[in-house]
Design a protein around this ligand. Structure first.
Ligand SMILES: [Mg+2]
Length: 176
């Protein structure tokens, strides 16, 4: 996965946002997972886990953007499977812990991503442009909306599709 991170760095992506259900994990929890975090951690896709670890090593900003309200569970899952300190990974879910952002589209994951960007700007003094953001999500509606707003996006189908990261170019957003 390191070469994917190298490629993302070369096109100036600084923030990678990853959907949870059917993307980071190979199951749809519907926000109602009743089993243990250990069991859910076993469903994490190994290559996405590696991408997160390589991203953290290179000081990429990482976020999980999800419609799930089980953000505590997601935090535990990340802690169980990612080698590094996962506290730096921002999680935005439907847990009512963050405010909607005025002036940002309600569709797709735009509110989640805008909230992540706001946190990075406010707490970590990192102001990012949309083209510096990559969304990986199995829902093509979400990736389509992200691209409409100038972000890069990859519709997740399976782990092989991560190879498409190498095809992401600076012009992706403007070409559509
Ligand atoms: Mg999903």
């Amino acid at each position: 996965m390191a070469r994917y991170i190298d490629h993302l760095a070369s096109i100036d992506v600084r923030l990678v946002c990853i959907d949870f259900d059917q993307t980071l994990v190979d199951v749809h929890t519907e926000g109602k997972w009743t089993d243990t975090a250990d069991k859910l951690a076993k469903r994490v896709r190994p290559r996405l886990k590696e991408l997160i670890e390589d991203g953290l090593k290179r000081d990429f900003k990482l976020a999980i953007v999800t419609q799930s309200s089980q953000t505590d569970l997601i935090r535990k899952v990340l802690k169980k499977c990612v080698k590094q300190d996962t506290s730096k990974i921002i999680i935005r879910g439907q847990d009512k812990t963050w405010d909607k952002i005025e002036g940002v589209a309600r569709g797709g994951k735009q509110q989640h991503i805008a909230s992540v960007m706001k946190e990075l700007e406010g707490n970590r003094h990192l102001a990012l442009e949309p083209r510096q953001v990559l969304l990986i999500d199995d829902d093509s509606y979400n990736t389509g909306v992200a691209m409409c707003f100038g972000m890069r996006a990859l519709t997740f189908e399976n782990e092989e599709c991560l190879g498409k990261i190498l095809k992401l170019v600076k012009e992706q957003a403007s070409a559509d």
